[in-house]
Design a protein around this ligand. Structure first.
Ligand SMILES: [Zn+2]
Length: 134
């Protein structure tokens, strides 16, 4: 992770509700997407709160509310999140290149061809799974 990408995410991490892990559990390829989403959401709801950011079935899963009231609803806010989640399904989680979803060892990943190859070979040579991130 470069300094640049971690500073992109810092604004997002500070928004995470303290009762949730202070962690953005996605690969670096999606950091620019998250930085853009953060900017967009901050325009719509300057005090928005993040609960969780993770990858699920090869797609970004972004849980946030427009304010610290969990029942607060804002359609534009939710639309911006859905749009970013869709965008993530065509974006390599490792490098941000054009990607598609691969299922590797029962886990769905959105990866470019090169990173899908890499992920496959790592998975098959390291059966113990020490390098697993999740
Ligand atoms: Zn890639």
């Amino acid at each position: 992770m470069t300094d640049d990408s971690s500073s992109q995410l810092r604004r997002l991490v500070v928004r995470i509700d303290p009762s949730w892990p202070q962690d953005v559990a996605v690969g670096p390829g999606w950091f620019p997407l998250l930085a853009r989403l953060d900017q967009r959401l901050a325009e719509i709801a300057p005090n928005y709160v993040v609960q969780q950011v993770k990858a699920k079935f090869g797609s970004l899963s972004f849980y946030a509310t427009p304010s610290d009231d969990p029942y607060d609803y804002n359609e534009e806010f939710n639309k911006a999140i859905r749009a970013a989640e869709w965008e993530s399904t065509e974006m390599c989680e490792d490098c941000g290149a054009q990607a598609r979803t691969y299922v590797i060892r029962l886990w769905a990943w959105t990866l470019c061809e090169r990173h899908a190859e890499e992920r496959r070979s790592v998975e098959s040579t390291e059966a113990s799974g020490d390098s697993e991130m999740r």
